[in-house]
Design a protein around this ligand. Structure first.
Ligand code: NAD
Ligand code: IPM
Ligand code: MN
Length: 369
């Protein structure tokens, strides 16, 4: 059959809470839109470690290997200190991204007028914001060698990391971003720190060469990352597609989340290389983390995770119309006043994580007729 398999991994903190709502949405598409999808829940993180001695138990690895897509929640938090460093390194989200070669991380940022009051930016700044950060996810300073903490003869210590990019690592993520720009408004902004770092000098050279070789129709610009952070706050509507390295993309996407009203709103897709049939290994997750400050209270915003399902519908499951339907349902739920605490309206009681899931499902029922 053409049954697609999705591995659902809630993880830690608010991860399982938001992912439960995204799973209900996925089930709605399976039941109501005949989406041929088989969902397998898998353990990851502290609970898995306590039960099996591994952060990623063998069953979870098997579920990941057999999956067409992974829906991930979040990882991290104070209690995870009880997991010894070796087990954590072995079983980390970073290791998973690296081992699956998920080099292209798409983080779209759109504004909805219903959430303008939640954003700390002015209405005229929020109008027309619709851009995608393409973050390189499998290399850079996150993974470069040498790295470590060393003791020095004078008794002091030195912590060090290496920011490293090969030309091929730069070209493949830049190619992905150029192609994305071609399917959108035809503009690409490459963000680097080429005035200081050699890895960025090479980044810029490779992007310029690729532009000349393969994408002369795309309007390419370059920006230093410090200016880019300022421009995202000053005038985010200037961007169409932004491509940047691993650490800059991490920081700029949390910054850009403020245009969307809350970090809890942002979805993401992390994609590996395409095979001969054009299929890519894919992991979908909200941009936010485990949010230990609100975990366990049922108040987290599940929309970043739910919108990650929309990205999955579009990019892995071959259902662009259903992706649009889900994005419209999220807009409809917000328009009807459903608000978790992070996007609450003054003077109105916020709803729970589950009630936000209910609201999206009700909107799906309404829009699907
Ligand atoms: P965080 O993203 O977990 O939280 C930052 C702030 O945003 C917190 O105040 C939190 O309450 C709020 N927030 C985040 N998501 C929200 C949601 N869905 N609804 C409402 N509010 C939300 O970042 P942090 O506090 O710096 O990190 C906490 C832990 O999460 C750390 O261990 C970090 O390493 C980890 N982390 C994991 C991921 C991931 O799994 N992909 C991403 C970021 C951080
Ligand atoms: C993210 C997170 C991760 C990152 C952490 C949890 C390692 O912040 O996905 O944005 O830095 O990539
Ligand atoms: Mn981050």
């Amino acid at each position: 059959t053409n049954m697609m398999r999705v591995a659902v991994i809630g993880g830690e903190g608010i991860g399982p809470e938001v992912t439960a709502q995204a799973s209900r949405v996925l089930a709605w598409f399976s039941e109501r839109r005949r989406l041929p999808v088989e969902v397998a829940e898998a353990e990851f993180g502290l609970e898995a470690y306590r039960r099996t001695g591994k952060v990623i138990p063998p069953e979870t690895r098997a579920a990941i290997e057999g999956a067409d897509a992974i829906l991930f929640g979040a990882t991290g938090g104070p209690e995870t200190a009880e997991v010894p460093p070796e087990a954590r390194r072995e079983g980390s989200l970073l290791k998973l991204r690296r081992s699956l070669d998920l080099y292209a991380n798409l983080r779209p940022i759109v504004t909805d007028p219903a959430l303008y009051d939640s954003a700390p930016l002015k209405e005229r700044v929020l109008n027309g914001v619709d851009f995608v950060i393409v973050r390189e996810l499998s290399s850079g300073i996150y993974f470069g060698e040498p790295r470590g903490i060393e003791s020095r003869p004078d008794g002091s210590r030195r912590g060090f990391n290496t920011n490293s990019y090969t030309s091929e690592e730069i070209r493949r993520v830049a190619r992905f971003a150029f192609e994305l720009a071609r399917s959108r408004r035809g503009r690409l902004c490459s963000v680097d720190k080429a005035n200081v770092m050699e890895a960025s000098v090479l980044w810029r050279e490779e992007v310029i060469a690729l532009h000349a070789d393969e994408f002369p129709d795309i309007k390419l610009s370059h920006m230093y990352v410090d200016n880019a952070a300022m421009q995202i706050v000053r005038a985010p509507s200037q961007f169409d597609v932004m491509v940047t390295d691993n650490i800059f993309g991490d920081i700029l996407s949390d910054c850009a989340a403020m245009a969307a009203g809350s970090l809890g709103m942002l979805p993401s897709a992390s994609l590996g290389p395409a095979d001969a049939q054009g299929r890519r290994t894919a992991l979908y997750e909200p941009v936010h983390g485990s949010a230990p400050d609100i975990a366990g209270r049922g108040i987290a915003n599940p929309l970043g995770s739910i919108l990650s399902v929309a990205m999955m519908l579009r990019l892995t499951l071959g259902r662009p119309d259903d992706a649009i339907l889900l994005e419209r349902a999220v807009g409809d739920a917000l328009a009807h006043g459903a608000r978790t605490a992070d996007i609450a309206e003054p003077g109105r009681a916020p709803v729970s994580t589950a009630a936000m899931g209910d609201a999206v499902l009700a909107s799906l029922d309404r829009l699907a007729g």
